[in-house]
Design a protein around this ligand. Structure first.
Ligand SMILES: Cc1cc2nc3c(=O)[nH]c(=O)nc-3n(C[C@H](O)[C@H](O)[C@H](O)COP(=O)(O)O)c2cc1C
Length: 358
């Protein structure tokens, strides 16, 4: 039995979404030389019936890149490429935010300008390997950013947000999750700084909050959002007290009247995390993610546990996911072999329901 709230509109910040079913940000490595391609326009247009599309993470500077063939949002050609995408999504009545990304230490000299070392809060090498144009290569010890370089990082996010507005996006999501630069600052395992940006929770949260305030100043809080992954160990992340760290961060973000807070609700790093409590401490619009099945999503929206639910893999393989959920139609599974890079296969060839039935 389909219950309606998942399909009811919701006003977030300055925008009204037509349903509560959000397409989660997903890197698909189909840009060329950091420029969004026509194939990407087709991909996003096919998924425009989502209440909100959040794009794949998009680097805010040449220094912010960590993988081959990811798009950027720091030059005019990239803006022009994205503009075609936002126009196509808007023509279908959709809403689309861009995810602003700086990978920090999750990069490799072969991806960096002039072969320089990736930057990070501290010179701590993550376990694992980087995706480089020459295949997987071990991460290297990053260079710790100087305190006087941090205003420049804030500026990269601000300029990415302004460029996103030029490209016609409805808003931006600041990527504070999954072990990338802002998350590296948040968590004690990757941040051993001794200045005002390391040590206490307040200090570790400072860069994310400065970025958030500056982006809000540039595009308005109603078009600004943040993604967090308090319990994830992805990209070798760990925190000494995730419940305390993220209680502080969500309380602070909650005071900023953002469009929404997007939370990946995993518990790999700690089973002490209470996502209901985080939703309460944030107080604003709460978007839940991670492995949600339709029944969980319905229940979470119905009982007020979440205001929005984002789906990742299901949106890859079901471009018309809201309609399928509305009709309780079968859902297709996504093929992981075509997630990252390649051509149209596994990208824009997942059929819509009507064609399935034909
Ligand atoms: C192919 C792929 C690419 C992803 N890229 C991003 C990304 O660019 N930014 C991000 O915040 N999360 C990224 N994620 C994580 C998803 O947004 C989401 O959190 C994850 O897939 C769990 O949701 P799901 O169970 O509904 O798929 C990616 C996930 C997948 C499968």
């Amino acid at each position: 039995m389909t219950t309606r709230p998942l399909f009811e509109p919701l006003t977030i910040g300055d925008i009204t979404l037509r349903n509560r079913i959000v397409m989660a940000p997903m890197t698909r490595n189909r840009a060329q030389d950091t420029i969004p391609q026509p194939m990407m326009k087709t991909y996003y247009r096919q998924r425009a019936s989502a209440g909100l599309i959040i794009t794949e993470a998009s680097q805010v500077s040449p220094q912010g890149v960590g993988y081959p063939n990811t798009p950027g949002i720091h030059n005019d050609e990239q803006i022009a490429g994205w503009k075609k995408i936002t126009e196509a999504v808007h023509a279908e009545g959709g809403t689309i935010f861009l995810q602003l990304w700086h990978v920090g230490r999750i990069s490799h000299p072969s991806l960096q300008p002039n072969g320089q070392l990736p930057v990070a809060p501290s010179a701590i090498k993550p376990d694992g390997k980087a995706f480089t144009p020459d295949g997987m290569q071990p991460f290297q010890t990053p260079r710790a950013l100087d305190t006087d370089e941090l205003p420049g990082i804030v500026e990269q996010f601000v300029s990415g947000a302004k460029n996103a507005m030029k490209a016609g996006f409805d808003g931006v999501e600041i990527h504070g999750a999954n072990g990338y630069l802002l998350d590296q600052f948040l968590r004690s395992g990757s941040n051993q700084r001794e200045d005002d940006f390391g040590g206490s929770v307040e200090n570790r949260a400072r860069l994310l909050l400065e970025v958030t305030d500056a982006v809000c100043g540039a595009v308005g809080p109603g078009r600004t959002s943040v993604r967090l992954s308090p319990g994830s160990t992805f990209n070798d992340m760990h925190d000494e007290d995730p419940a305390k760290t993220f209680d502080y961060v969500t309380r602070e973000l909650g005071q900023r009247a953002l469009a929404y807070l997007h939370v990946i609700e995993s518990d790999d790093d700690s089973d002490a995390l209470d996502y209901d409590a985080l939703k309460t401490s944030c107080g604003g619009v709460y978007m839940a993610n991670d492995g949600y099945e339709i029944e969980d999503a319905r229940n979470s929206i119905n009982n007020g546990r979440a205001d929005l639910v984002s789906f990742g893999k299901l949106f890859i393989s079901n471009p018309d996911l809201p309609e399928r959920l509305l009709k309780d139609a079968p859902l297709a599974c996504a093929d992981p072999d075509t997630f990252y890079g390649g051509g149209e296969e596994g990208y824009i060839d997942y059929p819509e329901m009507a064609r399935d039935a034909a």
